[in-house]
Design a binder for this molecule. Structure first.
Ligand code: APR
Length: 230
């Protein structure tokens, strides 16, 4: 049986593709207070601002490509049973070719009905006020906003709990519950943390190796080492 690798990724994974991380930009998100554009209250107050914010991000996706770190992760699938748990709402893991991806915080290229959260549609164009589902409800970005439940959390926790190896790439570990996933890894499991400004230290966890490099610098070498270790 193949060993299981679970990979938790954050905004740093896509930084070298040209998508800004959140907290590296000084707490502002493309010039906006996060709560203005990424909370149910913000959407209720100014839906047009929120839709435009996500429209811009959706358009940006057309200008960017998976980087060498996204691509390196594909190599692991030949030898390991890989699950990617990403906090990113971009589709760069998919475009690189990864097959088993849990989007903890939703997906930019999907929308859902404000009247029925299970009604999820693919959406690549702009989303405007007045765009409705067939039952007449306004559509909203399929994004987990601050203050909202994280529907795929349990699935992500199980994947982390079952992992034989855990890899964490490019996350500040500041947003819960995503940041708490590391605690689901079993005590004996090796953990690799790739981030140029790592927020956890090797003293905090057993079997933790911190690789203080960018994703593109650190991930391909780590993948090679893991493949050679088999
Ligand atoms: N390679 C790897 N990591 C990088 C790179 C890079 N090239 N550049 C920056 N980083 C690291 C930073 O050092 C930081 O630790 O990426 C991390 C980015 O942290 P955040 O911006 O806080 O992103 P993330 O942890 O994914 O945020 C979590 O917060 O705003 C919400 O829902 C949003 O999913 C997001 C969540």
């Amino acid at each position: 049986m193949k060993k299981k690798i679970t990979i938790l990724t954050g905004a740093g994974m896509s930084a070298e593709s040209g998508i800004n991380t959140f907290r590296d930009a000084g707490g502002l998100w493309e010039g906006h207070d996060v709560m203005e554009v990424a909370s149910p209250e913000g959407f209720a107050k100014n839906p047009e601002l929120v839709l435009n914010f996500y429209n811009q991000r959706r358009r940006q996706l057309q200008q960017v490509k998976p980087n060498l770190a996204h691509k390196a992760l594909i190599e692991l699938e030949k030898l390991f049973d890989v699950t990617i748990v990403t906090q990113n709402v971009d589709d760069l893991h998919e475009r690189a070719g990864s097959s088993n991806i849990i989007h903890l915080h939703g997906e930019l290229l999907k929308v859902r009905s404000t009247g029925n959260e299970n009604r999820v549609l693919d959406w690549t164009k702009d989303l405007n006020l007045g765009d409705r589902c067939e039952q007449g409800h306004q559509l909203r970005p399929h994004i987990v906003w601050f203050g909202e439940a994280v529907p795929l959390l349990e699935q992500a926790a199980i994947a982390t709990q079952n992992a034989d190896i855990l890899i964490i790439i490019g996350t500040s570990m500041q947003v819960y519950p995503a940041a708490s996933l590391i605690d689901y890894a079993q005590g004996h499991v090796p953990i690799y943390f790739v981030d140029p400004r790592p927020s956890v230290s090797e003293n905090h966890y057993n079997h933790l190796t911190v690789i203080a490099k960018t994703a593109v610098e650190g991930v391909p070498d780590l993948v090679r080492d893991l493949i050679e270790s088999i």
